[in-house]
Design a protein. Sequence first.
Length: 99
Amino acid sequence: MLTGKQKRFLRSKAHHLQPIFQVGKGGVNDNMIKQIAEALEARELLKVSILQNCEEDRETVAASIVRGTGSELVQIIGRIIVLYKESHENKQIELPVKG
């Protein structure tokens, strides 16, 4: 579980990122979860954009991606979801110490 301080730190890191996945009319599927999990392993921090034609609400989309990938939800802002998962192979982001 991320602390408020860690979420703030990750939000500042994610500010300049572009969304690399889009959730559209089909919603979230297993293939998308697998691709997002692989991207999280490579990048640790990423954005997912929810298109206008997505039938599910953003909280539902975020919850299913977080559950499927085992990642942490950093924030939902507008139609953008910011996700973080510590990488086993490519650790790049050093989180502030909890406390």
